[in-house]
Design a protein around this ligand. Sequence first.
Ligand SMILES: [Zn+2]
Length: 313
Amino acid sequence: MMMKPLQDRNTQYAQQTLKKPFTCIGRGLHTGLKVIMTVMPAEANSGYRFVRRDVSAGRNEVIAAWHTVTETNLCTTVSNNMGVRVSTIEHLIAALYANGVDNARIVLDGPEVPIMDGSAKPFSELIESVGLETLEEERKAIVITDTITVRDGKKEASLIPSPTSWITMEIDFESSVIGRQSLSLEMGTENFNRELADSRTFGFVDQMNTLQALGYARGGSLQNAVLVAKNGVINKDGLRHENEFIRHKMLDAIGDLALSGAPIIGSFSAKYSGHKLNNELLRKLLQSQNAYQYVPLREVSDNWVEMMNVSAG
Ligand SMILES: [Zn+2]
């Protein structure tokens, strides 16, 4: 394999947005509500912003960022300070981030992003089809200069200084259909779209009734999720990858980490983590001034070693 200093996602020095809007129609995985969503170009430094068309102007904008995450139970939900929320944002945000979209205005007429086929592939394809526009503002990066770790029982997640951004995850489910899976990948547009984007969200048959009674998974179906039974998956066509489960967990983690608001130069490593721990990790990082530097991406690749020395001194 050829050695590259940094992957494509991290060598575009100017911020980007979409060239044109794209629209998706579908149901929310948890609410089951039908949603029309249009993802539009947005100006530099505006990040990812949702606009709820079903909520009155002045209170309908919800910024998607690490500090606006209000719920992490089964999906990631962001809210504004008037309590207006948007849920299941992680697959869309992962696709935007991994495909190099720094700024997007996401207009939707309901409280949840459409689940599409349960993966990020439809979003990646739509982003590719409309193309990207380069903006006249430099892209800044979050360079990890000291290891940050969060734990919850046996769950663990870390960000580690590294000139290349790798993502390494391990899961271990009681279900023998999933069991123990681990995977390590360098973060970049190509790897995301080829290795992770098409992996679907999953759920367990014996939890479905409970979840639906609690208001979750009401839009869930075999068209948008892998359904796991005792002896195998219920979906007729089976899995898209032998280890689709760990791949989906990595896709989720990228969506959660994308809420940092900038490309992260450093590696992510996690055991059994989920949306909750991933968000706690970002909160800990961004509240630890000695653990990162926020610098123009252009300055990172040549100066990484020096940046580490500075922070060590
Ligand atoms: Zn997911």
